[in-house]
Design a binder for this molecule. Structure first.
Ligand SMILES: [Zn+2]
Length: 414
């Protein structure tokens, strides 16, 4: 079966994950798909196929076909889809030979480069898989699943020498829980790639460093008619705090490598108020500068309104995987060459978020992220060109072959 047919099949299984559910996987549909994938892996001839009891992820192995000591390489994709749009009754349609104009997803919903969907300009002349305007598509990340599975099928039929290749189809990535219960040791790979990125050729090994902050304000409530020199209005002091932060370092004014301090929530009254923020920066020093700025703003207000008026709670939540991947530059170079071998121009982009691979990299499994080929994830405008589904399995195969003569990389991380 080719990756296109696989993809069209996998997207019919509803696998929306849920932030509210504490079970793992968070929703039963995810396990329906991983069980289907486990059956498919056994049929294809993968060995050591199993489903993790802990979180429902599915695993399989393509054994080495040579006695030489070669590195074991992993490929990962996640089966769940984002809660941001429905993933139920996905009805995909193929727009053939896209002409660069407006695509009608339904009678009332459409997308066009004119509306800011400029990614469409990359794929003029291609066949595009789109939604019916009521659900997301699920290319994030079922395209990755289909591409890895197809690579596995091709590899099992190939005579070219290769080391052990392991695949993992994980759950609950979209709610940030993917690696929580991932057993890096049992997976047993020297390094891995997630296939969970955007447009064909994208290669990512830098993500944000992240922190969250909760700022609490304590006021003094007095009858407003009798408040002179007595009242301390916590809500007003909270707005003053927000105004002390740099107005340009916010998500709506930043891109690329620019970090931000993002006010996500505010609540309060005269007696008490609370602001919540997330802080992001690719550069850890710059993230720490942002933390310092927030502490300085609190200190200033405590001098102005009295000690203990403002309380700051800062927590660093995840880190840029760059420092964990960079010592294994070959991971990047091999992937770049694999793209080039398939006529795709590789493009390294910083992720403005986190990935499962980032967390796994810090758990001892260096893990950059590769493109799936999809666009506009997490919504009804999601689409993927058929060509991406045809190309990515070959790119993954090229990576495997590249390590087929790569004794020098064995267990360098262990
Ligand atoms: Zn994803």
């Amino acid at each position: 079966m080719n990756a296109l047919d696989r993809f069209l099949n996998y997207i019919t299984v509803e696998t929306t994950s849920s932030e509210k559910e504490m079970t793992r996987p968070s929703t039963p549909g995810q396990r329906n798909l991983t069980e289907q994938l486990a059956r498919e892996m056994r049929e294809l001839g993968l060995t050591d196929v199993y489903i993790s009891d802990a979180d429902g992820a599915a695993f399989g192995t393509i054994p080495a076909n040579t006695d030489r000591a070669l590195p074991a390489i992993g490929f990962l994709a996640h089966v769940d889809t984002s809660e941001a749009a429905s993933g139920k009754n996905v009805r995909a349609r193929i727009v053939e030979n896209y002409d660069g104009g407006r695509i009608m997803l339904s009678d009332t919903v459409s997308m066009s480069p004119e509306d800011g969907f400029t990614g469409l300009l990359d794929v003029i002349g291609e066949d595009l898989i789109v939604t019916d305007g009521t659900t997301l598509l699920g290319a994030d990340d079922k395209a990755g699943v289909a591409e890895i599975m197809t690579m596995a099928e091709l590899l099992l039929k190939s005579d070219r020498p290769h080391g052990t290749v392991k695949v993992a189809f994980t759950t609950d990535e979209e709610i940030g829980a993917g690696p929580d219960l991932f057993d890096v040791k049992r997976f047993g790979c020297d390094f891995a790639y997630t296939v969970d990125g955007g447009p064909l050729g994208e290669l990512e090994y830098e993500n944000f460093n992240a922190a969250s902050a909760e700022i609490r304000f304590r006021g003094v409530g007095v009858h407003p008619g009798d408040a002179k020199n007595k009242m301390k209005n916590a809500a007003a002091i909270a707005t003053e705090y927000q105004m002390l932060l740099p107005g340009e370092q916010v998500p709506e004014h930043t891109e690329g490598y620019e970090g931000f301090i993002h006010l996500t929530e505010m609540s309060g009254d005269v007696v008490s108020a609370q602001l919540r923020y997330i802080l992001r920066d690719h550069d850890l020093d710059k993230l720490r500068n942002k933390e310092k700025l927030m502490e300085d703003a609190a200190a200033y207000l405590n001098r102005k309104y009295g000690p203990d008026t403002v309380e700051t709670e800062l927590k660093e939540t995840y880190y840029n995987m760059r420092e964990m991947v960079e010592p294994h530059r070959h991971l990047i170079e091999t992937a770049q060459q694999a793209f080039v071998s398939q006529g795709v121009e590789p493009k390294t982009v910083p992720i403005r978020g986190g990935t499962d691979g980032a967390r796994l990299s810090f758990m001892g499994l260096p893990c950059p992220n590769l493109s799936t080929g999809g666009y506009q994830f997490h919504g009804i405008y999601e689409f993927i060109p058929v060509r991406a589904l045809e190309t990515m399995p070959k790119v993954l195969l090229e990576i495997v072959y590249a390590y087929g003569g790569a004794e020098k990389y064995v267990s360098e991380t262990n």
